[in-house]
Design a protein around this ligand. Structure first.
Ligand SMILES: [Zn+2]
Length: 313
C-alpha cells in the first residue's frame, strides 16, 4: 500500500522525508533528508569489507533503524557501475559487491519506492540541485577523496551513464590504479588523496600522508607545494579534456582531499585546464569548489529517493 502510484496515502510528515544512503569504501552514512536537503537523524557505521552478505546486512540494519522514524522512499548512492536497463549495480572497485539490485531489495524489504545511482553521479545531482551548480544547466563534478569520482549534468539532466571520471588516463602507462581497476595512469592514481599520500611518503618517508603534505605546503615548503601543483596539473589536464567534450558552464571540485587542498591544487589545475581547453572555454572556464562538502553524497542519494518517489526513475 505504501508508494501506490494512485496516491492513496494521506499526506503526512513522513512523505516529506526520504532515507538517503551514502555507501562508501570505508563508511556507510545514512539519514533522513527533506526535499530542500535538510538532514535529520543520521547513522554512520564502518563499511564491512569481508563479503557481499555483510555489506548488504549492514545496509539493511541502518535503513531499518531509520525507517522506524518514517520515510516515504529510499535512495542509494553506491560506488558501483549501474546497468541502466536492468538497474543492477554491477561491480565496485573497492568493495566485495557485484550484481546487486539495491532498489528491488529495498522495495521488497520496506515496501517503499527506491532508487540507486552511482555515488559520483549522486554527488553531482546534489550540487546541481542544491549546491554550487544550482544556477547552471551543464556541469561536471569531480570528487577528490581517497579515489576520484565524478558526475555530469548535460542540458538540465543528470547523465546517467557510468561517468567514471576518476578512470580517465592522464599519464599513459603511469601509476597503477587501485582496487579492482587494472588500468594505469588514471586520474584517480595521480590526483587523489592516495596520490598525495604517495607524494608525502616519497618526500618525508614512510608513514607521512596527505595531511603532512598539506601542512607543509601551507607552511610554504616548496617541495610540498610542488607536489600538490603536480597533482593539480594532472587534474587540470583531465578537466581540459572533459571540457573539450562537454563544454560545461562550471566544473565543481568536491571531496575531502579537494576541500583540504583548495587553491594549492585548484590554481595549478585552472592553469593547466585553460591551456588544454579549446577556445572560448580557455578564457571562460570556471573551476570552483563544491558547496555541500561531505554531505553531497548523502543528499544526492536522498534526491535519488525523491526521484523514485515522484516516479522519475
Ligand atoms: Zn582506474
Amino acid at each position: 500500500m505504501f508508494g501506490h502510484p494512485g496516491g492513496y496515502r494521506s499526506r503526512d510528515v513522513r512523505e516529506e522525508r526520504v532515507i538517503g544512503v551514502d555507501l562508501g569504501g570505508t563508511k556507510i552514512r545514512a539519514g533522513l533528508v527533506a526535499r530542500d536537503g535538510t538532514i535529520g537523524r543520521t547513522i554512520e557505521i564502518a563499511t564491512p569489507d569481508a563479503s557481499q552478505d555483510q555489506v548488504l546486512s549492514a545496509l539493511d540494519g541502518v535503513v531499518s533503524d531509520l525507517m522506524t522514524d518514517g520515510a516515504a522512499a529510499i535512495g542509494f548512492g553506491v560506488p558501483l557501475n549501474i546497468d541502466r536497463r536492468s538497474g543492477v549495480a554491477l561491480r565496485a572497485v573497492n568493495l566485495p559487491l557485484h550484481n546487486v539490485h539495491f532498489p528491488n531489495l529495498a522495495r521488497e524489504r520496506h515496501g517503499v519506492p527506491a532508487g540507486v545511482e552511482n555515488d559520483g553521479n549522486a554527488a553531482a545531482l546534489a550540487e546541481w540541485r542544491l549546491g554550487a551548480g544550482r544556477d547552471v544547466s551543464n556541469l561536471i563534478m569531480l570528487t577528490l577523496g581517497t579515489g576520484v569520482g565524478g558526475g555530469i549534468v548535460i542540458d538540465d539532466r543528470l547523465y546517467r551513464g557510468w561517468a567514471e571520471l576518476g578512470h580517465v588516463v592522464v599519464v599513459a602507462g603511469g601509476q597503477p590504479c587501485q582496487g579492482n581497476c587494472h588500468g594505469r595512469g588514471h586520474l584517480e592514481a595521480h590526483a587523489s588523496g592516495l596520490a598525495a599520500d604517495r607524494a608525502a611518503a616519497q618526500l618525508y618517508g614512510p608513514g607521512a600522508g596527505a595531511p603532512v603534505l598539506l601542512e607543509r605546503a601551507a607552511a610554504g615548503d616548496e617541495q610540498a607545494t610542488g607536489a600538490l601543483a603536480e597533482i593539480g596539473r594532472l587534474l587540470g589536464a583531465a578537466i581540459g579534456s572533459l571540457v573539450n567534450i562537454f563544454a560545461p558552464d562550471v566544473v565543481l571540485i568536491g571531496g575531502g582531499f579537494g576541500a583540504a587542498a583548495g587553491d594549492l591544487v585548484l590554481e595549478p589545475a585552472r592553469a593547466a585546464a585553460r591551456s588544454e581547453a579549446i577556445e572560448p572555454a580557455d578564457g571562460t572556464l570556471r573551476i570552483v569548489e563544491a558547496e555541500l562538502g561531505d554531505a553531497a553524497g548523502l543528499i544526492g542519494a536522498a534526491l535519488v529517493g525523491f526521484e523514485a518517489l515522484d516516479g522519475l526513475r
